[in-house]
Design a binder for this molecule. Structure first.
Ligand code: NAD
Length: 490
């Protein structure tokens, strides 16, 4: 992907702040709104409609009408593909504005929003547009005088609930396969970051996607989110967020036996062997944790380093931290912006305290930066052991824990000693060692001599309590379909 110097629109226009239901922009039925905050300044950006049950009901009705015999349900797959490609084109044509909106609402550096998040949004929609007319079943040679075949049908109306760390990208990861499969959508964006998703809904309408196919209801989890999960007219919930929330959703969705896919948290092991290309490994380990302010579900937050190179790796990551540019996310030179909100700032600082209390050595950072905006210094803990809270819990901030290892068999046991299983990585020049680790680690994604390499074609999701099901790739598409088996007597 080409890196461009972003065209900086530090005050992008805010065009959409209401619910988008059945193709219309409406205030919430209750008339309530909530503030969305700029994490870099703590100032209110704007008020956004606070949807709840009544708005979710209307949105599900609109999605249902399109699914059950509406225009969308009658479109050829190839026409769905065309509309999705048009949406991707429109997003691409507004990429600078959308990147700026993402930076304003989330606080991520504009260079990342412009060069990572938004290009991946466009790519994901194009990738799934390519799938729309390639979803097919099989013929099955069953016993007896029968003709048996399967077909894949869209699962129906899907409720999609997303977090705040990659607002536009999470929307694309969920819209892409749903639209390709022929589903209709009610999305609830995170209350911290509703703005890009609302703008993308407008572009979907401009692209010609029929009204009611994509509906967006901003609001809070326990009200709007819960109403979506409980709604009997919703066939599937696709959720990305915290494990604790997923458990609430799983219980609530049982009543109506909804299909569920979950993308949850992680505490991913990132392993540097002494035989690695250390320049690449150190740069990669730094990126693996500090990218997106450490707010990545797959962050390489447990860095295991072989004992003979441990001190060198700690020293060199510490030097990088001292040079890491933290500050105004609209400055193209900034590498780290603020955390998303006060709650995340407090949580991160609490874990810094835990690290110190548990006896780890804080090599860099550990403090809030300034007194305006939710900034945290890039923080590095050495001397971390497996039992410490900073090595066990997901912090979701710029706090790296470096652990030492000497025995390879023990390393695998330690890497797997977590309830999470989202991602893992290994840095080595020894191909056999890399394959052995990839084989033995219990994680949905393993990167070898790289980190955070995402592609719409490569499935992503968690083992163990990091999730259920996969997003992206063919596996992500399958999760939006039902298999129908047809058996005919000959
Ligand atoms: P969260 O679970 O608090 O919120 C996520 C979404 O769920 C928000 O839209 C929220 O409003 C909604 N929600 C909250 N309570 C709900 C309820 N009772 N019913 C329905 N919806 C409800 O998570 P967060 O703090 O926004 O996001 C951070 C978490 O997400 C981290 O744990 C991170 O690891 C995880 N995450 C995972 C992935 C992945 O792909 N695996 C990607 C991004 C984030």
């Amino acid at each position: 992907m080409a890196t461009v110097v972003p065209q900086v629109l530090s005050a992008p226009p805010i065009r959409h702040t209401e619910c988008f239901i059945g193709g219309k922009w409406t205030s919430s039925v209750s008339g309530k709104t909530f503030d969305t905050i700029n994490p870099a300044t703590e100032e209110v950006i704007c008020q956004v409609a606070e949807g709840d049950k009544a708005d979710i009901d209307a949105a599900v009705d609109a999605a249902r009408a399109q699914f059950d015999g509406g225009e969308w349900s009658k479109l050829d797959a190839r026409d769905r593909s065309l509309l999705m490609n048009r949406l991707a084109d429109l997003i691409e044509s507004e990429i600078d504005e959308l990147a700026a909106l993402e930076t304003l609402d989330n606080g991520k550096p504009i260079s990342d929003a412009r060069n990572a998040d938004l290009p991946l949004v466009v790519d994901c929609l194009r990738y799934y547009a390519g799938w729309a007319d390639k979803i097919h079943g099989a013929t099955i040679p069953i016993r007896g005088d029968y003709f048996c075949y399967t077909k894949r049908e869209p699962v129906g109306v899907v409720g999609q609930i997303i977090p705040w760390n990659f607002p536009a990208l999470m929307a694309a990861w969920k819209w892409g396969p749903a639209l390709a499969a022929g589903c209709t959508i009610v999305m609830k964006p995170a209350e911290q970051t509703p703005l890009t998703c609302l703008r993308m809904a407008h572009l979907a309408q401009q692209a010609g996607i029929p009204d009611g196919v994509i509906n967006v209801v901003p609001g809070y989890g326990p009200t709007a989110g819960a109403a979506l999960v409980e709604h009997p007219g919703v066939d599937k919930i696709a959720f990305t967020g915290e494990l604790a929330t997923a458990k609430i959703i799983q219980r609530a969705a049982t009543e109506t036996m909804k299909r569920l896919t979950f993308e949850l948290g992680g505490k991913s092991p990132n392993v540097i062997f002494a035989d690695a290309d250390l320049d690449a490994a150190i740069a990669g380990a730094h990126f693996a944790l500090y990218f997106n302010q450490g707010q990545c579900c797959c962050a390489g937050s447990r860095l295991f380093v072989e004992d003979s190179v441990y001190d060198e790796v700690v020293d060199r990551i510490a030097s990088r931290n001292r040079e890491h540019v933290v500050g105004d996310p609209f400055d193209p030179a900034t590498r780290q912006g603020p955390q998303v909100d006060q709650a995340q700032l407090d949580k991160v600082l609490q874990y810094v305290d835990y690290g110190k209390q548990d006896g780890a050595s804080c090599v860099t950072g550990g403090n809030r930066l300034g007194d305006r905006g939710y900034y945290v210094e890039p923080t590095l803990f050495a001397g971390v052991t497996d039992d410490m809270r900073i090595a066990r819990d997901e912090i979701f901030g710029p706090v790296l824990s470096v652990l030492k290892f000497s025995d390879v068999d023990e390393l695998v046991r330690r890497a797997n000693n977590t309830n999470f299983g989202l991602a893992a990585a290994v840095w080595t020049r020894d191909v056999a060692k890399a394959h052995r680790f990839a084989d033995q680690v219990r994680a949905g994604t393993v990167w070898v001599n790289c980190y955070d390499v995402f592609d719409a074609g490569a499935p992503f999701g968690g083992f163990k309590q990091s999730g259920i099901g996969r997003e992206l790739g063919e596996a992500g598409l399958a999760a939006y379909t039902e298999v129908k088996t047809v058996t005919m007597s000959l």
